[in-house]
Ligand binder design. Sequence first.
Ligand SMILES: NC(=O)C1=CN([C@@H]2O[C@H](COP(=O)(O)OP(=O)(O)OC[C@H]3O[C@@H](n4cnc5c(N)ncnc54)[C@H](O)[C@@H]3O)[C@@H](O)[C@H]2O)C=CC1
Ligand SMILES: O=C(O)C(=O)[C@H](O)COP(=O)(O)O
Length: 366
Amino acid sequence: MKIIADMNIAHLADFFNEQSLGKPVELISMVGREINADILAEHEPDVLLVRSVTKVNDDLLKDNHSVKFVGTATIGTDHVDIDYLAKHGIVFANASGCSKHSVAQYVIASIAELRPDYFFQPITLGIVGVGNIGTTLAQYAVSLGWQVLGYDPLKPPSAVNNSSLEKVLSESNVISFHVPLTYPEHSTYPTHHDYLMTSKRWQQVSDTAIIINTARGEVLGRDDIVANMNAVVLDVFEHEPTIDAELLRCVSIATPHIAGYTLEGKLRGTQIVYNALCQFIHVSPVVDFHDFLPKEMPLFHALHNPLNDHERQQLLKKMPSIYDIRADDKRLRAVANVNGDIEGKDFDNLRKNYPLRREWQSYIMR
Ligand SMILES: NC(=O)C1=CN([C@@H]2O[C@H](COP(=O)(O)OP(=O)(O)OC[C@H]3O[C@@H](n4cnc5c(N)ncnc54)[C@H](O)[C@@H]3O)[C@@H](O)[C@H]2O)C=CC1
Ligand SMILES: O=C(O)C(=O)[C@H](O)COP(=O)(O)O
């Protein structure tokens, strides 16, 4: 079996080898942005494994007849033309939910950095998109004693999917976006900023609200962010991987699309795609990502619900050693060029060499 894969997929060779797949494997790993139609023509792989930077569409696949399985070790699928794959009988898998804790924790860390006082107040957290990440974030928020206003028109009403968009925008102290990037061709509720968070909708947001976007850059318009007064946290950018100087200046915390980059988040991504490939080729999975985690750190200790005051203090105090989000922001700003812009190669380089952090459930009560 010949596999072409993005070299940034965690533990690639540990998951995709002869022993783990029960047949001879040729694994060709390369830079995700360099996987193109010529590469496919040269190698004729059976399997294509990508992350979010490889566009998997008609341009890539129209002259190819070898690829039978495409896996993306990411949650987001906006880089993949899923309809095209289905139409051409190519099996597809994404890594749904793999980094839901990592992203939710990034959001909590960013609030702790900007407004530590919010850890001791019954603030309102607005969540746009109450799927895997939104729901996980809502659980953390409830643990912190916060009120949650969630908006998700594609899900039935629930304790967290409990609000109109207008109410989320006008009544929240913090608004966090957790929607997929969609356009009218694919969704009745498209999320590109021309449709969901339009310039008009920004006017409903209080100037004091913090806006957080870890979803996709195009969900918030670059010009709206610059034109409004809000404190904004961005892990994703409209013109990613480049960021212009003016936008960077307007953003309170800026990070290079690493909200999901924990060891656990990345390994779970690989595991889910590996399991899907095993299912496709009818072999039982034999690799378990837990084998690659440092043994002394247990995962998923339950948060007390709600945290008591001492636990909140502890969490806040330990936050910089658990996840120092400001350090990520500084590393990004440090690579700005003479004009103050971040160039794509530097953005990508920070991601490639990101010092993987740990999910922090296990740290909290220590
Ligand atoms: N920055 C990062 O490192 C990461 C970013 N992501 C992004 O986060 C997104 C969300 O991830 P999950 O929560 O795991 O996905 P999910 O699919 O579990 O949840 C997304 C939710 O958004 C809702 N939704 C869709 N259109 C909407 C609209 N117009 N208004 C409100 N809600 C809407 C859906 O009904 C769904 O419940 C991914 O699609 C991906 O783009 C995911 C992982 C890491
Ligand atoms: O899972 C997603 O969706 C993401 O946004 C990924 O964490 C992005 O990581 P890369 O695929 O770009 O490495």
